[in-house]
Design a protein around this ligand. Structure first.
Ligand code: HEC
Length: 394
């Protein structure tokens, strides 16, 4: 079996795992944030219980109670939430390495942005992952860390800087995923380095019958709230490779920041809603940002070359030269075992049938990736003109 074929399988399995682990992790984040926001003072006045919630789910009633300083004994077994986070990061980082480092010149590097050698791009990418965590962690340890509004402002400013910097270094698509990887790394490191160690201290104190320092739980809570606000932005970024309209744009960095802001605002709406506050203004603000982005990036109409000027034979010739090394049943480009995304542009019928989908890729300049095959502006215009004139084979 050749390596490109095995890589395709590794890609599938890692992606599958990443989505599953991510659902479990983010699901738990939503669940516990929602729970925390909706806790009510205990009806029986138990002084150890900070709050309680009754719920009905899956055919039964549940009573949930939060003991800030522990219940006074160590419950066995005690459920921890951490492997969801670790596996999300492990699978996500492995997938990032497989695609963006393994095929750096296809996915991570755009010579028109910065003419980096693969090892340079990979080195910068790794360094940025570390820098993002260290900088974030240091800020959290200052008094600002406990100020929600200050952290929201600092977070957006840092995101803006990161997005701008990455679009100066990497391909548009690579820049987006790099920022996503930085956020994901911060989130996973929050669990590994802060939340879980704090909880271990709490458990040790319960076992030793010693006092529980409320700061241990407080730090964890702070980070877990930050993680919660990062969920919707990071999911947007993980989906973004499908939408070149963002990362192909000249202001790709600004669009990323705007969409992340929209995600965080919607998250804020839900968090308040769980507290019983119907703050639809946050929801509306998030929606308004998305609408603004949509209007801002709406593509201008491309000048279409006179329709009859482009015979199919010419389209075929352009595709043979610019697309088919990858989009063939057996691609001659050794990076691919099968045609990427199953898109084969080999026969006249395949070209005609998929005209709408490939013209979108050609219009937004998503294809060829980083224009690796050197599609010229006039060839691009002629491909689009042929589609606009009805994609006829005669
Ligand atoms: C160097 C290899 C390469 C070349 C050359 C290339 N593509 Fe692609 N193409 C890819 C890859 C890789 C993907 C999958 C991108 C992804 O993972 O989202 C892709 C995806 C696509 C898709 C599907 C997009 C989607 O997300 O559904 C279309 C359509 C497409 N290419 C059309 C073209 C056309 C038209 C050309 C020539 C003008 C072309 N490609 C040239 C590698 C290539």
């Amino acid at each position: 079996m050749d390596t490109a074929y095995l890589a395709e399988w590794a890609n599938l399995l890692l992606r599958w795992l990443h989505v599953i682990a991510g659902m479990a992790w983010i699901g738990a984040s939503f669940y516990f944030m929602g729970l925390d926001q909706s806790l009510k003072a205990p009806k029986d006045g138990d002084p150890l219980v900070r709050g309680e919630q009754w719920a009905v789910h899956g055919g039964g009633f549940y009573q949930k109670k939060k003991f800030i300083a522990g219940p006074g004994f160590l419950p066995e077994p005690l459920h921890w939430s951490k492997w969801e986070a670790y596996w999300t990061w492990i699978s996500g980082f492995s997938l990032f390495v497989l695609m963006y480092y393994g095929q750096a010149s296809t996915y991570l590097i755009d010579p028109d942005v910065a003419d980096l050698a693969p090892w340079e791009a990979i080195g910068i990418s790794l360094a940025l992952l570390v820098v993002a965590w260290v900088a974030y962690d240091l800020i959290c340890r200052t008094p600002l860390g406990d100020d929600g509004i200050a952290m929201a402002i600092i977070g957006m400013a840092a995101l803006t800087l990161a997005a701008w910097l990455c679009t100066q270094l990497f391909s548009g698509r690579g820049a987006y995923l790099q920022v996503g990887a930085m956020i994901g790394t911060i989130m996973a490191a929050n669990v590994l380095m802060i939340i879980i160690p704090g909880q271990k201290k709490m458990v040790a104190a319960v076992v030793a019958n010693g006092p529980i320092d409320p700061r241990w739980g407080g730090w964890g809570k702070q980070r877990s709230i930050h993680n919660n606000y990062m969920t919707l932005p990071v999911i947007f970024i993980m989906l973004s490779p499908h939408y070149p309209m963002f990362w192909q744009h000249e202001q790709a960095w600004l669009l990323l920041v705007a969409m992340a802001l929209a995600g965080a605002l919607v998250r804020q709406f839900f968090n308040l809603k769980h507290r019983g506050i119907a703050a639809y203004d946050f929801w509306l603000l998030g929606a308004a940002v998305v609408v603004l982005v949509a209007v801002f990036i709406a593509p201008p109409k491309r000048a279409v070359v006179a329709a009859e000027a482009v015979p199919f034979a010419e389209v075929r010739t352009i595709m043979e030269a610019r697309c088919v090394e990858c989009h063939a049943p057996r691609p001659s480009n050794t990076a691919f075992a099968v045609a990427p995304k199953g898109v084969v542009l080999h026969t006249p019928n395949q070209i005609r049938r998929q005209a709408q989908s490939w013209s979108a890729q050609v219009r937004t300049e998503a294809m060829p990736p980083n224009n690796s095959t050197g599609l010229t502006e006039s060839e691009r215009a002629r491909l689009l003109a042929w589609v606009a004139a009805g994609a006829r084979l005669d």
